[in-house]
Design a protein around this ligand. Structure first.
Ligand SMILES: [Zn+2]
Ligand SMILES: [Zn+2]
Length: 331
């Protein structure tokens, strides 16, 4: 399993995930960049847009969906999300405007004149409530007949159920954010698991259960509370970010990691969706390390890094197998 962060933060989010023999299943979690930039960044890691099998969407804010009009209409890329978020995406496609994270309307750079075609619901095993490797072959066959040329390719995910996309098992779960039905994801391929939790104002027990299972955890560490409090944002926006459907602070992120801490727990932690105004990479990193250390956690158990707004952050489990010491607990 190879994971590369293509962008993280309020200026755009996209996470590339590849799994299976020769990396044959390639997906994105969110596509909140202009399609040209997205294409360029994928090219840097040897991937073309045409090779992607689908895009998982966490929620409909512009910093997560900006490239969707092009990806859907020009590249016929299927979207994977829940029905509510898809309805919001459809609306964005129809109007050519997305709601930004801070509530402003952002115009889509893509072609809106093509209009919306009717939604094709997936009737195949992709949406079936099944786990296990046997499903994969069945799904790969069925998926090819699933997108007639005039349809908008979409697959609805049901929270808490395992869906299979090629070599990747997807489990979605609700997050707490001011979007119609925001989700986090647990992705499992060949026994490696990554969990993506960004854009949430609080951490629920359900989210903790998913985070608990991850080898690589991509977790929001949006702001430093004091910085946000004293910073330039208008009062209403501050209230929203602090609120239960806003964004996780550095403290909340550390608290969540501590709540899921166990000897075989998360080995790689990527701090994500940092605010450029109300946080710095150093603040996020030191805050996490200090909180963990203070609670008595063994810091050598986890590799912590901060995702930059641009490209950065690569995790390749195939290389890790060749360096088993990276999996071992240090004394
Ligand atoms: Zn966001
Ligand atoms: Zn958001």
């Amino acid at each position: 399993m190879r994971v590369v962060s293509l962008a993280s933060g309020s200026s755009g989010n996209a996470l590339f995930v590849e799994a299976g023999p020769q990396g044959r299943t390639k997906i994105l979690v969110d596509a909140g960049l202009g399609v040209r930039v997205l294409r360029e960044r994928l090219q840097l890691i040897g991937v073309s847009l045409e090779q992607l099998s689908g895009v998982l969407i966490t929620h409909e804010h512009s910093d997560h969906v900006l490239a969707l009009p092009s990806l859907i209409r020009r590249y016929r890329l299927p979207i994977f999300t829940n029905a509510e978020t898809f309805a919001a995406v459809e609306e964005g496609l129809a109007t050519g405007a997305w709601r930004s994270d801070s509530g402003k309307l952002v115009n889509s750079p893509a072609d809106v004149e093509l209009g919306i075609t009717h939604l094709i619901e997936s009737e195949v095993a992709l949406l079936e409530e099944q786990g296990g490797v046997q499903v994969t072959a069945h799904v790969k066959e069925a998926a090819s007949v699933n997108h007639p040329p005039d349809g908008l390719p979409a697959h609805f995910l049901t929270s808490g159920k395992i869906h299979v996309l090629g070599d990747i098992e997807i489990t979605s779960f609700p997050t707490s954010h001011d979007a119609v039905s925001p989700s986090g994801y647990l992705l499992n391929a060949g026994g490696c698991r990554i969990c993506v939790v960004t854009d949430t104002g609080e951490v629920t027990p359900e989210m903790l259960t998913m985070m608990h299972k991850a080898d690589l955890l991509v977790l929001e560490s949006n702001h430093d509370r004091q910085r946000l409090l004293r910073g330039p944002y208008p009062y209403k926006l501050k209230q929203r970010i602090f609120g239960p459907t806003g964004h996780l602070s550095n403290d909340q992120a550390a608290q969540a990691v501590l709540q899921t801490w166990h000897p075989n727990g998360v080995r790689w932690l990527w701090l994500a969706h940092l605010s450029r105004t109300n946080n710095t990479p150093t603040l996020a990193l030191t805050s996490m390390r200090e909180r963990l250390q203070h609670a008595g956690a063994n810091l050598s158990q986890v590799h912590i890094s901060v995702l930059p707004p641009g490209m950065g952050g690569t995790w390749d489990s195939t290389q890790l197998w060749h360096a088993p010491s990276l999996w071992d607990l240090q004394p």
